[in-house]
Design a protein around this ligand. Sequence first.
Ligand code: SPD
Length: 274
Amino acid sequence: MIWFTEYQTENVGLTIKAKEVKRIKSKYQEIVVLDSYEFGKVLVLDGLIQTTERDEFMYHEMLAHPAMIQHPEPKKVLVIGGGDGGTIREVLKHPSVEEAHLCEIDEEVIFVAEKYFPTISSKLRDPKVKIFIEDGNEFLEERKNYYDVIIMDSSDPVGASEVLFQKEFYEKVKNSLKQNGIMVAQTESPFLQEEYFKKAVNEIKKVFKNVGVYVGFVPTYPAGMWSYTLASDSDDILNTNNIEKLKGLDTRYINEDIYKALFNIPEFVKEMIR
Ligand code: SPD
């Protein structure tokens, strides 16, 4: 038995009791799989919790479905990061999808997910899915005007992931989207990672005409409060009228009430992005 602590800020940590710990060294990072008492298996990259069997649905549903619902007919979808496969699994719940591309820099994350997280990675080998083991920043250079929806399922903006939260990168995302395409990015915790959050949203605002921030609970992420930012040059993305598209989706977190009130965010979060 061990106690694993994720250091979320200089002053705050989350400690989880685990029965077993596996450590794998990839070309890019240290991958840790905890077999925890409370959260099931936990995936940790370079000391930071990425996902857990118990609360992954809360994050992956909120990241994927709003963008997929707001787009009139998402056929070509790209997920950058997200090698565990949870976001791809949610994307494939939308029948309009013809191609779901996953661009993950570290192939080892995919192998680990397939070995230890079968319920999260369950759709990675679906015929509609194509996996690219590449740097997202370079991948986008080669695909202009191609995708209906691009989903940024990145790690936190430290080290190699930092560039994925900058204006130059969001410009590349925009160029890879079709004219009314939609991007959604995970944009950190407004409560415990205020600077990361504000910077990400600000950079996105410099590039896209319409930007909408929403929040949700993810118990194992800092403060348990997580943000997502939807962006597009299309004017329709902030109207949450597409209830029909949500009906019939097999979800455990997002529902009609959450979707209708998607952009109703707490006052202190509004102030941060004003
Ligand atoms: N602090 C953790 C942020 C992680 C966001 N991405 C996780 C990837 C899970 N698919």
